[in-house]
Design a protein. Sequence first.
Length: 177
Amino acid sequence: MIRRLVAPMLLLVVCSAGVAAPAAGGTAPMQVEIDRTSAQLRIGQGFDFATTVTNDGDVALTDLVAHLNIASADGSTYVDPEDWSSRRSQYLASLAPGQSQRLSWNVHAVNGGDLIIYVAVTTRSGPDVVAASEPLRARVTAIRTIDAAGVLPVAIAVPTVLLVCLGLARRHRRRRA
């Protein structure tokens, strides 16, 4: 049930990425810029990126919260954002008109697949303003750590060698007796 509710909201945020919600006066008071739009890595690798939050409005924005979001691009990869980053929310005290603040983020790949990473910023208390960064598209490849073709000979050889050794030991004991 929750997935049915979250997916449309996520789509709305991703579709409006890089677009700030207009203020009462009709101008976009806040922008969120991301310093990269793609990443290629393997499971287990991490990478850093940054976002810059800018107050383009005429009044100070206070009590801002920036939140890191991660979603599967095609819906086939299970993504639990808590596994990807231990610091998914950052709090900004205030931004005066024209002021910017740079935020650093660290992400660690735990699943393979094509992912969408973005940062949304909103006010914790009025006026209600929401802005999201452009999406960072991450392609995470899985690493095959065991060669399945190499396992079969070992799986056959080890028991065979053990049986031969046991047979020789038994034969040796009979000869001594």
